[in-house]
Design a protein around this ligand. Structure first.
Ligand code: AMP
Length: 394
């Protein structure tokens, strides 16, 4: 198959203006492309770097029209974009990853069904859209379960844990809160740990992977990530193989992140797919030969993909708006004072800091992963950050 790489200077579109769009913009520009960002506000991080900015509501037909006239190919940096908008874009220009990737992964029910239909291991589940189907699902799954809204849930929002033996009144109360939204009910997995794997696909149908990443959370928000070097080789091979299979089943052109549960009995299950670069891949910017955003930019412009290599161990720490309560902390003086690592600070330039809002991240790099984790934790402690939920597993 002859592959036509997009000519330099052509315009590439990105829907969404957050930090993922900002890093994508920088990568695409470094390849020689111009970038048009379609976002809601002119001061969003990606809009500050893009060559062209279209601001408006995502369902504004005139904005969509301008975007598709200007761009040869369009990607996106988050999944909660109205499906009709993405369909209107895909109707006119290449959308990468494709419409089916985003339509499926932006809806948990469709995503779980896709995984099941393709024989990809995932936790047993039922689709729930009434009190009766909730009661039947709990009975069918027989044990602890989690109910999740099919759309618009993120960072643990829109989820209800249902303990084994929950009575009808508890289910009625949850049903009230769900307020008519379609949900997935999933069997609760006794987790050993969770990992994520980035996978990118090119137009020739080849795939490369980065990971697995070990992730720690605070209040359901990603807090710390590193490339795990201690995962059982069999589990690592399974995670890599499954991530690639999911990408192949979707005929992925672009990058996405597959999140996995590894159960205490060794089972490896796909939890969900983020159809874009992922927060757990931010450490690729400073510690890999190509970042996740470089892969995205290469893939959407029809280049072949290199297999990125990690140069040195690295740990990423997210910096949330909570840290700005009394003004911007002196991140550099803390990070730079820790012996044995270098810190790379990325602040996204968001105008207002709110609790839980991702304002930036710091990547620590060194020669030995244990030292890098220790220094990242020291940095967190000096900033007074809350301890992560997971143990400090290496
Ligand atoms: P999610 O938004 O689906 O990624 O869920 C958020 C977090 O809740 C996950 O990272 C897990 O720690 C936990 N969780 C979600 N679903 C399950 C499950 N079926 N079994 C065990 N833990 C879960």
């Amino acid at each position: 198959m002859e592959i036509c790489v997009l000519e330099k200077d052509k315009m590439v579109g990105v829907v969404g203006g957050g930090q993922l769009g900002m890093f994508f913009t920088q990568s695409a520009q470094s390849l020689g492309y111009r970038v048009c960002c379609f976002c809601n506000q002119p001061d969003e991080p990606a809009a500050r770097y893009a060559d062209e900015v279209i601001t408006g509501s995502f369902d504004d037909a005139a904005c969509i029209d301008r975007l598709t006239r200007m761009c040869e190919v369009v990607t996106y940096e988050f999944e909660s974009i109205p499906a009709a908008t993405l369909a209107a874009i895909a109707d006119k220009v290449q959308l990468r990853p494709s419409l089916s990737v985003v339509q499926t992964t932006q809806n948990r029910a469709l995503e779980k069904q896709f995984l099941a239909d393709n024989g990809i291991p995932t936790s047993p589940f039922a689709i729930v859209d009434s009190l009766e189907t909730l009661v039947a699902g709990v009975r069918q799954l027989d044990g602890a379960a989690v109910l999740k809204t099919a759309t618009d849930g993120y960072d643990g929002k829109g989820q209800w844990k249902i303990d084994s033996g929950a009575d009808r009144s508890r289910l009625e109360a949850i049903h009230q809160e769900v307020a008519g939204r379609t949900c997935t009910l999933e069997k609760f997995v006794d987790l050993a740990f969770e990992v994520s794997m980035l996978v990118a696909g090119d137009v020739a149908g080849d795939f490369v992977t980065i990971g697995p990443m070990r992730n720690r959370h605070v209040n359901h928000i990603l807090d710390t990530s590193w490339v795990a070097n201690d995962v059982d080789p069999q589990v690592e091979a399974t995670v890599r193989e499954l991530a690639t299979r999911v990408a192949r089943d979707f005929a992925l052109v672009g990058i996405f992140c597959v999140e996995f549960f590894v159960g205490k009995t060794g089972e490896v299950l796909v939890n969900e797919i983020a159809p874009r670069p992922h927060n757990s891949g931010h450490l690729t910017i400073d510690s890999f030969s190509q970042s996740q955003f470089d892969l995205q930019a290469l893939a959407v412009t029809s280049h072949e993909l290199p297999q990125p290599k990690q140069a040195r161990p690295a740990v990423m720490v997210n910096l949330l708006g909570d840290l700005w309560a009394e003004g911007e902390p002196e991140f550099e003086s803390i990070g730079d004072s820790l012996p044995g690592t270098q810190m790379r600070l990325h602040l996204y330039g968001k105008a207002t800091a709110r609790p839980g809002r991702k304002m930036g991240h710091a990547t620590f790099i060194g020669d030995d992963l244990q030292t890098v984790i220790r220094n990242a934790d020291q940095f967190r402690a000096q900033l007074g950050m809350e301890a992560p939920t997971e143990l400090n597993q290496v």
